[in-house]
Design a protein around this ligand. Structure first.
Ligand code: AMP
Ligand code: MG
Length: 327
């Protein structure tokens, strides 16, 4: 089955073609909103409106080169939510227009489920526990006994990626902060004690953020703080993950979202899984980030919900969660 996925929940507009029978990625192209002061929804909407056509054009050229047409695509899948309304609207409109024009069935999918399922797609894990760590999200997720995704723990305030990005700006490292902090941290092995806030199955990062601001104002060493912030926040999430692994009795563990790229976090995950005799795998980083291949694959999983006419229901759903029964 040839599926076209369309992603537009936040900073990325992407289109991707997946051949499901061969599990083969045929095409993937994306554009990314670049703004180091955050995502102003109005500017973000303008970006998606302006840039989607360049991605669509590349897809058209690819199809032509491969002697294919849009009519050869069996299913269209787009991110219906959660996400930023102004961005979701553009993906939804592009998807509906292509569906109507070329008579391709259309399905709207849950972006978070797509992040999780693409991890299973690449690793062949059957029923893992997930740590979903992107800019905004920090959640520990697994399927419950009824086969529904359930959130077992999460941040009570800011996301782990956002904390790293904000701290990196504070110490003049730039954006995106996560990879820059990772490099800076390699220069130090001096641990500075920082607030460590695990509340049951949840974590809180706002207090740590304020503390880091004070440390920076006092002129404390940037590399020591980078090293210490990684050690602290990754230990916090891994404590919750380990407890969730014990509670759910899952034997596989995956990290998805942009922060999954971090080697130190991966090391901690490997160490925890070794002790628990659980399996830990990584998969290509470009599919940990927002991408359209995960949307195509989720479309395949949800193909029974596809429609060619009932477009009224297919509106952006910015506030969906992974536990939602709507998507
Ligand atoms: P996403 O929202 O899934 O696209 O992920 C973006 C987030 O991942 C940003 O907050 C980045 O700072 C973070 N990130 C990317 N690479 C790394 C890394 N090597 N270490 C830590 N965080 C990272
Ligand atoms: Mg995402």
């Amino acid at each position: 089955m040839l599926i076209l996925g369309i992603e537009s929940t936040a900073h990325t507009f992407a289109m991707g073609l997946l051949e499901t029978s061969k599990k083969q990625v045929l095409f993937h192209e994306k554009v990314q909103f670049q703004n180091d002061v955050g995502m102003d929804p109005r500017k973000l909407g303008d970006f998606h409106t302006r840039e989607f056509s360049s991605v669509l054009l590349k897809l058209t050229e690819f199809l032509k080169k491969e002697h294919l047409t849009f009519a050869d695509i069996h299913l269209l899948s787009f991110s219906q939510g959660p996400g930023i309304g102004n961005a979701l609207k553009i993906g939804c409109t592009v998807a509906k227009t292509l569906s109507l024009r070329f008579n391709i069935p259309l399905v709207g999918v849950n972006h978070i489920k797509a992040h999780l399922e693409i991890g299973k797609f690449f690793t062949s894990f059957k029923d893992p526990l997930f740590l979903y760590v992107s800019g905004v999200n920090t959640q520990v997720i697994a399927k419950d006994d009824f086969g529904n995704y359930k959130i077992y723990g999460e941040t009570e305030d800011i996301g782990l990626g956002n904390l790293l990005d904000s701290f990196a700006r504070l110490v003049g490292l730039g954006f995106p902060g996560g990879p820059l902090i990772e490099q800076e941290a390699k220069k130090s092995h001096t641990y500075i004690e920082l607030p460590y806030t695990v509340k049951g199955m949840n974590i809180s990062l706002a207090g740590l953020h304020s503390h880091l601001k004070q440390c920076t104002e006092k002129g404390m060493s940037r590399e020591d703080l980078c090293y210490s912030v990684q050690e602290t926040v990754f230990a916090m999430v891994m404590e919750v993950v380990e407890r969730a692994m014990a509670y759910t009795k899952k034997e596989e563990f995956l990290i998805v979202g942009g922060v999954a790229a971090n080697q130190r976090l991966r090391e901690m995950a490997e160490a925890m899984c070794k002790i628990r005799k659980a399996k830990f795998k990584t998969f290509p980083f470009q599919y940990c980030l927002d991408n359209a291949i995960m949307i195509a694959w989720q479309g395949y999983l949800d193909k029974d919900k596809a429609t060619s006419k009932d477009f009224g229901k297919l509106k952006p759903l910015p506030y969906e969660t992974v536990e939602s029964f709507l998507l």
